[in-house]
Design a protein around this ligand. Sequence first.
Ligand SMILES: C[S@@+](CC[C@H](N)C(=O)[O-])C[C@H]1O[C@@H](n2cnc3c(N)ncnc32)[C@H](O)[C@@H]1O
Length: 160
Amino acid sequence: MSRLDSFIRRLVAQREILDMICRDMPLPDGVVIELGLGNGRTYDHLRERLPGRRIIAFDRALGAHKASTPEPENLVIGEIDATAKAFFGIGAALVHADIGSGYDDLDLVNLAWLPEVTVELLGPGGIAASGVRLKHPSLEPLPLPAGIAEDRYFIYRKRQ
Ligand SMILES: C[S@@+](CC[C@H](N)C(=O)[O-])C[C@H]1O[C@@H](n2cnc3c(N)ncnc32)[C@H](O)[C@@H]1O
């Protein structure tokens, strides 16, 4: 599969999953956490789909489109494994983790801390959507929307 095909499939999966979560899954009260603001496309999508929810976005550097740049109080710049610690216990309703680089060796490094950070940010019953598999006893895997290939994206609910 070409990288273009793979990229398109990832974005389609991302949109299907975020739409399913926002439309069909009862989210508990709480903030939304966007790990990997990037250009701000999925941040913007979540903002549109979940009006009124506070969304806090994290990235190591600001590279978002001006129209998708969060207010300063909702933007956290730095390495997520360090910056997220100040938000542990915030009781997030949704954590969306999109910090993949496309380089397997770099992405493996994130796997060392991302599951635990996600669990510490989520409140009970909160949902995580991630571009990489999150292995953690507190995260119960949920089924993907019909038509989305296994291993392309992952959804979990934090056990109560
Ligand atoms: C695939 S992009 C995110 C795309 C974004 N969701 C969008 O829709 O525009 C991944 C982002 O994660 C950020 N990132 C990756 N690892 C990180 C880390 N350990 N700490 C902070 N930011 C990280 C990168 O800087 C990059 O901007």
